[in-house]
Design a protein around this ligand. Structure first.
Ligand code: XMP
Length: 499
């Protein structure tokens, strides 16, 4: 990583800077914003098509948002203020949303009744409606699809009563290309693959195969089986190990050890235990000092999350008096772990799209967002109408409400066993404006990043990290940066300025 003059100079003077203290300098450019490559990594082995990660918070990241974000090329981190069962449910929902070849299709037996199949589907969080039907000799005898469920007026009937027996099957080993042509020709939505004994060996689903064939899924962030990628948060200690076991069984792509103070013995011990038991990437945080980041890297972390107190809902810096302005924290940590070749995730404090290229130029590989993704259609919670506007709830995981509700939130702030009236919150709870669909919001964020890269002359995230240089700005420069001497009357999709 090139030395960043202003950040290095500030560090030498014991001065820590953040986003609004700097702006990126422009440089000679041969690249057009539309042509830049914004691919990056969240962890050692897990790539991103766009460098955006959603925060592990109960008002941000559950399966609905994680599915949409992975389809846009990023990754969601399912929060841990959920029972292990519920967190696994959300992970499975993401993993089962899309498939190239479904290697182990979920089947039902012909004598199972419809109400128990519907209950199972809801309990397990299956987001699909087509189930191959087997007899008790494990042979494929039919298929139930969404139509069969929809037109079934009596849920005491069995699978055999409503299934379709006009089956299109193919021998195991059929390629995706051939499956696509066959299903298109025969107008079938699912294609079970069988062996000579009619035992099921896989299944293609037309909508997924079509997406892959027509490249409409080119930007999706998928694993090597064609399933959407998802991460999930754990804490520390025995409960974290139990959680990680269940999440790995559900094929989670990344485990995130999600704590307020990542440079601690319990975090290092948990990291060691998870790495010993599972072949999964583990991202660890949060830290803000280079030495802490190096300790985590040496202990085997596959990615490091930076941020102590920059978040929009954080009060840690005020309540505990600790933390470091985010840009200096990113720079120090990225520099400290350079030789380990693991990505850095800049977590929290971003307010506008222009903060993304700034975080990356300081050394981050990707950014984690809470408030910038909260308030979207896909974030958990309902729209609230107040003062003639639409809002959604957003709260810190260390806010009183979150800590009172869930032990995991208390644990994040080392108050697991505290009585409710003895809690010391490190976050606040409130409302953010309703922002509409995630895809429109993320489009603007990535658009801002692309434009920043164009101005710097950086064709890739790596080049932005190398070439990006900063000017330190004053409060006069800051107010000059925003619109001034005008009463803004028309909302912009990517800008609103609140003093
Ligand atoms: P933004 O700025 O994106 O920040 O809304 C999201 C990040 O803030 C962290 N977080 C907290 N930090 N008290 C804190 O000090 C809290 O209650 C709290 N809740 C979340 C977390 O790292 C998240 O990704």
């Amino acid at each position: 990583m090139e030395l960043k003059f202003i950040l290095e100079k500030a560090a030498n003077e014991g001065l820590a800077l953040t986003f609004d203290d700097v702006r990126l300098q422009t440089g000679y450019s041969k690249v057009m914003p539309d042509d830049v490559n914004v691919e990056s990594r969240f962890s050692r082995n897990v790539k991103l098509k766009i460098p955006i990660v959603s925060a592990a918070m109960d008002t941000v990241s559950e399966s609905k948002l994680a599915i949409e974000l992975a389809k846009l090329g990023g990754i969601g981190v399912i929060h841990r203020s959920l029972s292990i069962k519920d967190q696994v449910f959300h992970v499975k929902r993401v993993k089962h949303h899309l498939n190239g070849l479904v290697e182990k299709p979920i089947c039902v037996y012909e004598d199972e009744n419809i109400s128990s199949i519907i209950t199972k589907r809801e309990e397990k969080g299956y987001a699909f409606n087509s189930f191959p039907v087997l007899n008790r000799e494990e042979k494929l005898v039919g298929i139930i699809s969404s139509n069969d469920f929809e037109f079934c007026g009596d849920s005491s009937l069995t699978a055999k009563d409503i299934m379709s027996t006009e089956l299109l099957t193919a021998q195991e080993g059929l390629s995706l290309d051939n499956a696509y042509h066959l299903m298109q020709k025969e107008k079938k939505k699912v294609l079970p693959l069988v062996n000579q004994n009619m035992e099921i060996k896989g299944m293609y689903v037309f909508s997924d195969v079509k997406r892959i064939k027509t490249r409409s899924a080119e930007n999706y962030n998928v694993d090597n089986k064609g399933q959407l990628r998802v991460a999930a948060a754990v804490g520390t200690g025995d409960e974290a190990i139990e959680r990680a076991d269940a999440l790995c069984d559900a094929n989670v792509d990344v485990i995130v050890i999600d704590t307020a103070h990542g440079d601690s013995e319990s975090v290092l011990q948990t990291l060691k235990e998870i790495k010993e038991k599972h072949e999964v990437d583990v991202v660890v945080g949060n830290v803000s000092i280079g030495e802490s980041a190096r300790r985590l890297a040496e202990a085997g972390a596959d990615g490091i999350k930076i941020g102590q107190g920059p978040g929009s809902i954080c009060t840690t810096r005020i309540i505990a008096g600790i933390g470091r302005p985010q840009l200096s924290a990113i720079y120090d940590c990225a520099k400290a772990v350079e030789k380990f070749d693991i990505p850095i995730c800049a977590d929290g404090g971003l307010r506008v799209s222009g903060d993304i290229p700034i975080a990356i130029a300081a050394g981050a590989d990707c950014v984690m967002m809470g408030s910038m993704l909260a308030g979207t259609e896909e974030s958990p919670g309902n729209i609230i109408f107040s003062q003639g506007r639409q809002w959604k709830g957003y709260r810190g995981m260390g806010s009183l409400g979150a800590m009172e509700k869930n032990k995991s939130s208390r644990e994040r702030y080392l108050q697991k066993d505290e009585e409710k009236n003895k809690l010391i919150p490190e976050g606040v709870e409130g409302l953010v404006p309703y922002k509409g669909k995630l895809k429109d919001v993320v489009f603007q964020y990535v658009g801002g990043l692309r434009r920043g890269m164009g101005y710097v002359g950086a064709a890739s995230i790596k080049e932005l990290k190398e070439k990006g240089q900063f000017d330190r700005i004053t409060s006069a420069g800051f107010s000059e940066s925003h619109p001034h001497d005008i009463e803004v009357t028309i909302d912009s999709p990517n800008y609103s300025f609140k003093k």
